[in-house]
Every structure is written in C-alpha cells, then in structure tokens.
Design a protein around this ligand. Sequence first.
Ligand code: FES
Length: 110
Amino acid sequence: MTFLCRLSDLEPTGARGVVLADGRDIIVVRSDDGIRAFTNACPHQGVPLETFPDRFLDADRKLIVCSAHGARFRPADGLCTAGPCRGKHLPGIPIVIVDGAIEMADAADA
Ligand code: FES
C-alpha cells in the first residue's frame, strides 16, 4: 500500500492533492458518501483540476470542480455531471483506511 494522507488532513478543505514520488497526481476527497481517491486529470483536456493547492470542491463542498473550464464531478464516483466532459469519469483509485491513514491499495494488495 502507498500512503496518501491522513483523514485529519481532509478537514480544512474536504479534499487534498497528493503527488507521489513516481509523479502520479491524486485527489483524495471526503464527502457524504465517504472517502474516495481519483487521478487528478480532467477527462476534458487531461490537466490537473486545481489552480490553488487542495482547492478541488465547489462553494457548497458538494462537487469536485475543474478550474480550467468548470466541469463538475460527483465525489461518490467521479462522474462528470456538468461541463465539457459530461458523462465521463475521473479515474478512481482504490483506497483503504487504516488507523486514520488513507492508503492506496496497490495491485499487489488485491
Ligand atoms: S480541462 Fe477540465 S473542464 Fe476543461
């Protein structure tokens, strides 16, 4: 498993960006549906979603927003519900939570 962040790291913004040593860019987000992780690459043009660090959510903290052209994504499953890539998904990343640590479940853990 690969450590992403602690649950307590999600408190200030509801979401956090994590760049791994191998360059993978990941969003960890907390919502009413639980904790999820996605690849930080908008399905529209493949760019990272945020302009400012850890600012991934809309004002209501209900949807993930792409700062480039305003696409909106459901935190539950990464589905784009509005914007130029409507109907596409942010790629989901399997995670596990152990003792308050959010970790990426690597293929070897399956
Ligand atoms: S790059 Fe995300 S909406 Fe265009």
